[in-house]
Design a protein around this ligand. Structure first.
Ligand SMILES: [Fe+2]
Length: 258
């Protein structure tokens, strides 16, 4: 398995504070059957100003430590980018990190409110040749209230990452139920850990992969933790033949009550 969303680099965000803690996370991931991770520190212009150069250096430092300890675990640079007016310019001029330096971008939206003009923003982003992975939409209030919006974005070409812990119910039954519905309707392309440490938000995928396999079958679940992540690492598009989104059940119109 390959984890495309993991805060494993030391001292960059709310992930591990030291290299030793990063190494402890890697050991946990390896024991879980994960063979590599895209390291995705937060980027936010005010709170987490982690730019590409610093991330690339931190990944290289971690890679050298892994080699020194003879641990077979690949690490690649990336970033979880917050929605911001500076985002497109920052990616275009190379200040901000894409996933393994390719055209894939991991985007986080504000969870509490729907950003105005977001549909056009996503569309323009895709038209500019970028490939988008939306980070954990199951946690966004506006998707919990109206998951058909996510369906429209997937039809537009946005890829979706849900977090292992969300599917396993660690964020409550409502979010877990939404994850199940999204998986059933093939509206999820990646299962990732969003790992932050070894105590909470751990870098694990196996249990969630098994849960996903029970919902959608092991072949499709394997796409989410291996085939699609590998395409991102290689800067390739996802091959979505036989993986088209199914329509979400429509809510009963109000007049049907009468
Ligand atoms: Fe994250």
């Amino acid at each position: 398995m390959i984890d495309i969303h993991c805060h494993v680099l030391p001292g960059m965000d709310d992930g591990p504070a030291s290299m030793d803690k990063s190494m402890a996370m890697v050991r946990l991931a390896v024991a879980d059957g994960i063979r590599g991770a895209i390291c995705t520190p937060h980027w936010h212009p005010l709170f987490w100003p982690n730019e590409r150069n610093a991330i690339v250096i931190a990944v290289e430092t971690l890679r050298l430590r892994l080699q020194a300890e003879d641990i077979a675990f690949d690490v690649w640079p990336g970033s979880e980018l917050s929605l911001d007016a500076d985002l497109e310019a920052g990616i275009a001029d190379g200040r901000l990190a894409t996933l393994n330096g390719g055209s894939w971008v991991l985007l986080e939206l504000p969870g509490a409110f729907l950003p105005s003009g977001i549909d056009n923003l996503l569309l323009n982003f895709l038209r500019s040749g970028r490939r988008l992975v939306l980070a954990h939409p199951e946690r966004y209030h506006f998707i919990l209230r109206d998951s058909a919006r996510l369906h429209a974005w997937v039809e537009m070409g946005v890829a979706v990452q849900i977090t292992a812990a969300s599917l396993l119910g660690r964020l409550g039954p409502e979010i877990a139920t939404l994850c199940r519905v999204l998986l059933e309707h093939r509206l999820v392309h990646f299962l990732a850990s969003d790992g932050h440490g070894v105590e909470n938000r751990r870098p694990l995928l196996r249990e969630a992969y098994i849960a996903a396999a029970e919902i959608m079958g092991s072949d499709d679940a394997w796409r989410l933790v291996h085939t699609h992540p590998q395409a991102v690492v290689r800067n390739e598009p996802l091959l979505l033949v036989d993986f088209a989104p199914l329509s979400l059940p429509r809510k009963r119109p109000w007049f049907k009550f009468w």
